[in-house]
Design a protein around this ligand. Structure first.
Ligand SMILES: Cc1cc2nc3c(=O)[nH]c(=O)nc-3n(C[C@H](O)[C@H](O)[C@H](O)COP(=O)(O)OP(=O)(O)OC[C@H]3O[C@@H](n4cnc5c(N)ncnc54)[C@H](O)[C@@H]3O)c2cc1C
Length: 470
């Protein structure tokens, strides 16, 4: 039997892939619900739905192709809500700089123009890369890398804001390999990103791809930019749950794992005071939650896991009656240099049909949670701040008809400089000690839902192959 720890999307996907391959699986989840950070709630008075965690998924790349294959396997195609590239919410992404909202360049022609807040056409920033010296090293923070190659404005306005949007993090701490591993490699090998890029066009060969099905073909043909689910993202873990129930996975809710030990190639998990023995374990727990469970037997592994930092995010969902926004867009992000105590706002009702409502999600905190809010912030304070900033920046007047406030503690891991070396050390440790343990989830090789699902599939396949070979 295999044990899967954690019932977020990572644990559910791992259980699905294991059971699909014929394994007997027990899934252990500490809380009384499945889905982890994926949570959709319905306001009881207005019926408006709010997503507390993820709401859209990307379409490009292997992890996305894998997610779309999974969606096909679950028969969930009809529940999808695609956002195509020609829709305003796909084309229009904004940043808030110097007290005003600015559209980000979204076409090739915009690279040749001066687009405020940038003081020069982005093409000039790209040309800077041709003359800027390279800095040799194993890793760098993404802010310094981008500033060195493309200048201050691209680093500060564009990349810092993007990092806030992707992981609520500080670009001055986050590894360049998190978002731009190829660009960093080109700098290291070819001194310039552009030179590396051009050389790569000449010699590039198609790499190994995750096999995609009809849905990825359709998504690419119909020019999907991103997609969500009708009725909210929680539809996805719900469908996975239904499927693993029919596969016979033994789901244990309200059961917390407090220790993991290994002996004779097998694993024992202490679950609510009782020992559960298995041949193998896939942990989808966040690294900071897994770390203490291994401390007794594997202190080195435990301290490597504990060194992966996490940030807290406050999520305030707001619903106003009527259509209140003057510009249709995905939303806007605020570079940290602007010293505004919010990370950005998602325009949910532009991305999805919300009837006669303006639905917004205000994200706050992240790497700056303590600076702006300390440890005892009250929901009322967060709500007041979200409403006042919405009014100031978007000119949405009055009070929201519905709202929901949550502080999500330690919800996003931070891939700081040195993260990928740490992951290599963690993997080597597990391999060298021959532990029957696979790690899945957002703490390791990608923070998005697609990355997590692909990590689950790879972990399950590794396990199934080892079992078949034994
Ligand atoms: C505010 C926010 C917005 C986001 N937006 C996006 C987005 O738009 N697109 C995108 O792709 N991604 C987004 N993400 C990231 C995405 O939500 C995560 O990548 C994904 O949900 C992580 O899933 P997981 O299964 O790895 O972890 P989790 O969801 O953290 O699941 C881990 C599970 O383990 C359980 N657990 C913990 N300790 C124990 C224990 N000791 N015993 C048993 N069970 C335990 C927890 O209760 C939890 O259910 C967002 C995240 C947040 C927080």
């Amino acid at each position: 039997m295999s044990v899967v720890l954690g019932g977020g999307i990572g644990g559910l996907a791992a259980a699905y892939y294991l059971a699909k391959g014929g394994s007997k699986v027990a899934l252990i989840e500490a809380t009384n619900r499945l889905g982890g950070w994926i949570r959709t709630i319905k306001d009881p008075e207005t019926g408006v739905r709010f997503d507390k965690g993820p709401r859209t998924l990307r379409v490009r790349g292997d992890p996305a192709a894998n997610t779309l294959s999974l969606i096909e396997e679950l028969g969930l195609e009809e529940r999808l809500y695609p956002i195509t590239m020609d829709q305003p919410s796909a084309k229009n992404r904004m940043i808030y700089v110097k007290g005003a909202l600015h559209l980000l360049p979204s076409s090739v022609s915009s690279v040749f123009k001066i687009m405020p807040p940038f003081s020069k056409p982005l093409l000039l920033a790209m040309l800077k890369d041709l003359v800027a010296p390279a800095k040799k090293g194993k890793d760098d923070n993404i802010y310094d890398f981008v500033q060195r190659r493309f200048g201050f404005e691209v680093a500060d306005y564009l990349v810092s804001a993007m990092i806030c949007g992707i992981c609520a993090g500080n670009a001055k701490d986050i590894s360049v390999k998190f978002l731009m591993p190829q660009l960093f490699e080109w700098e290291q090998n070819d001194r310039s990103v552009l030179v590396g890029f051009l050389k790569n066009i000449v010699k590039s060969k198609p790499g190994a791809k995750v096999a995609g099905g009809a849905l990825i073909e359709k998504a690419l043909k119909d020019r999907w930019s991103i997609f969500g689910f009708k009725g909210g993202m929680e539809a996805f873990p719900e469908a996975l749950t239904d499927r693993i129930v029919t596969q016979g996975v033994d789901i244990n809710l309200g059961k917390e794992v407090s220790r993991i030990s290994f002996q004779n190639g097998e694993v024992s998990c202490l679950v609510n005071g009782k020992m559960l023995n298995a041949e193998h374990v896939i942990s989808s727990l966040p690294a900071n939650k897994l770390s203490p469970l291994l401390k007794e037997e594997h202190p080195i592994l435990s301290s490597e896991l504990a060194a992966i930092p996490f940030v807290d995010v406050a999520v305030v969902n707001l619903a106003y009656k009527g259509k209140r926004l003057s510009k249709e867009a995905f939303g806007f992000l605020i570079p940290p240099s602007q010293q505004v105590p919010i990370l950005g706002v998602i325009f949910d009702s532009c991305n999805f049909d919300a009837g006669d409502w303006t639905v917004l999600t205000v994200m706050m905190g992240g790497a700056w949670f303590d600076k702006y809010f300390g440890s005892n912030v009250k929901d009322d304070q967060l709500l007041e701040l979200a409403v006042s900033k919405t009014k100031e920046i978007l000119h949405v007047e009055g009070s929201p008809a519905a709202y929901h406030v949550s502080v999500m503690r330690n919800c996003i891991p931070q891939y700081v400089v040195g993260h990928f070396d740490r992951i290599d050390r963690i993997k080597s440790y597990i391999k060298d000690k021959n532990l029957p343990l696979e790690l899945v989830g957002s703490s390791y090789t990608g923070v998005g839902v697609n990355d997590v699902i692909l990590s689950a599939r790879r972990a399950a396949e590794t396990r199934l192959l080892r079992k078949a070979a034994a």
